[in-house]
Ligand binder design. Structure first.
Ligand code: SF4
Length: 140
């Protein structure tokens, strides 16, 4: 029998209230993958030690800055590296990640002005996963 694909998924898509504003972005098909044992939810911002709720952050000139100007690049990189460990531990070869986030965004991220505008780019987790040959699908 062919081995089933394992995923890591943005925890907010699986219904966890881990976003900066304590909300989730639950998507039923992601919840079902978790329920079937095929996906592991990760919130790399929390894994990097950031609190919930927290100030929103965006990528500005290669650094991750909170809306108040605090540099949280270390926490983002730490959280991404912990999420990669979880992907490796669970044998995940694919990731379903929340779109536009400075951590989970793939192909398109917020532009650093907190205006809702986006630019082409990768979040901190997506950059690391791509380097490690984990395929990413962005989920709105
Ligand atoms: Fe969702 Fe990823 Fe942001 Fe966590 S870091 S709240 S999983 S988009």
């Amino acid at each position: 029998m062919e081995k089933e694909t394992k995923y890591i998924v943005s925890a907010c898509l699986a219904g966890l209230e881990c976003r900066y504003d304590c909300q989730s972005k639950e998507r039923q098909f992601v919840v079902e993958l978790v329920q079937k044992g095929l996906a592991t939810p990760v919130c790399p911002e929390q894994l990097g030690g950031l609190s919930t709720p927290r100030d929103p952050a965006e990528i500005v000139n290669g650094k991750v800055l909170s809306i108040k100007g605090k540099d949280v690049t270390f926490e983002y990189e730490k959280g991404a590296s912990e999420a990669l460990k979880i992907a490796k531990l669970t044998g995940a070869t694919k990731a379903l990640l929340k779109s536009k986030s400075p951590m989970c965004g793939h192909g398109e991220i917020y532009d650093g002005t907190y205006s809702g505008q986006t630019i082409k780019g990768e979040g901190v987790l997506s950059t690391l996963l791509l380097k490690n040959n984990i395929e990413i699908e962005s989920v709105e």
